[in-house]
Design a protein around this ligand. Structure first.
Ligand SMILES: [Zn+2]
Length: 115
């Protein structure tokens, strides 16, 4: 589910699997618009209701949106034109933050695993 927002790009992994849908979304809305907005956050509960699967899917999609906001801008408040938000970081800064988050998460998993 974390890949779902990038269905708006025909060259993405999911876009390759669902090319007609991907091309239609890309042509109709553009990249990082409706599929990177509050609208996509409704999909997990529509598909899975109020279940652990819905929560897992929601966190996957949220992590995608946050990651995209760190390397560019997304239209989180689509269809509002002023709804573009993000903190574009350099690739070097993004890699550093990615490493920090990875090791923090790994440390958390190891720490909670021993309790
Ligand atoms: Zn994306």
């Amino acid at each position: 589910m974390a890949l779902l927002p990038d269905i708006d790009q025909a060259r993405s992994k999911l876009g390759n699997l669902a090319k007609p849908v991907s091309r239609a979304v890309q042509k109709g809305f553009g990249h990082r618009t409706i599929t990177h907005s509050w609208v996509i956050l409704l999909v997990p509960s529509l598909l899975f209701g109020n279940s652990p699967a819905a929560m897992a899917a929601l966190w996957g999609i949220l992590s995608h949106l946050i990651s995209d906001m760190l390397v560019g801008r997304i239209q989180l408040f689509w269809p509002l034109r002023f709804g573009w938000i993000g903190i574009p970081l350099s690739k070097r800064m993004y890699s550093a933050i990615d490493q920090i988050v990875f090791y923090a998460a790994l440390g958390y998993i190891v720490y909670t695993g021993y309790q």
